[in-house]
Design a protein around this ligand. Structure first.
Ligand code: ZN
Length: 215
């Protein structure tokens, strides 16, 4: 089978002296795994994490490891790698996609939002705010849509102090009283989204990616 799309290189590891195994997050077909032939020894056009371009993925059988043809058009990581915060954010973004997004399932909105995030990071004064929004979107795509607009117990829209780890919905101060120990405290921030990510990883039986433990 053959898949053709645009994609971003999110992970690459040497497989042999010449070839590498890569993961590319594509616009139309989600994460694809495949061989990038000659990637280890390439002098010109060396494949690098953060490159975005045209992807053709071929596998003789569905179950086989595919082979990529990847044409790098732009390197989104170039403006990010010299800034420690931006580099940490990029690494966390790619490691979460790699860990949590199933292979060959379309996540087009997340793909577009990921490109937006990486493109906008160099120009913002609040990179972690942009990243928080991306993580909230990621949680939504993973089935944890956070509802911060009203209390899930009584419906009021003010005095929302907590977030339910089970439902992802806000809880007001009154309704939260019996469950204070179990609820996450609002306002939403990266510690709160991290707790959701920890839970999702625990359910899937995987470790939280080390890049996400950096902040
Ligand atoms: Zn309430």
């Amino acid at each position: 089978m053959q898949i053709e799309s645009n994609g971003i290189l999110i992970n690459i590891k040497p497989f042999s002296e010449r070839d590498a195994i890569a993961h590319i997050f594509t616009k139309n077909s989600g994460v694809l795994t495949g061989m990038l032939r000659g990637a280890v020894v390439a002098r010109k056009n060396k494949p690098l994490i953060g490159q975005i371009g045209h992807v053709i993925w071929n596998a003789r059988l569905d179950s086989q490891l595919g082979v990529f043809h990847f044409e790098n058009e732009k390197n989104l990581s170039a403006p990010l790698i010299l800034n420690n915060d931006l580099l940490k954010i990029m690494n966390a973004t790619f490691s979460l996609i790699y860990a949590l997004i199933p292979e060959r399932e379309s996540y087009e909105q997340l793909y577009l939002r990921t490109i937006d995030l990486l493109s906008n990071l160099p120009d913002t004064n609040n990179p972690y705010d942009l990243y928080l929004q991306w993580e909230i979107d990621l949680l939504k795509d993973l089935g944890y849509a956070l509802d911060l607009t009203k209390c899930s117990g009584c419906g009021r829209t003010d005095n929302l102090c907590y977030l339910s780890p089970k439902t992802g919905r806000a809880v007001c101060e009154n309704c939260g009283v019996p469950y204070v120990d179990k609820l996450y405290k609002l306002p939403i921030n990266l510690n709160v989204t991290k707790r959701f990510i920890n839970n999702i990883c625990a359910i899937q039986g995987i470790d939280v990616p080390s890049a996400r433990k950096m902040f």
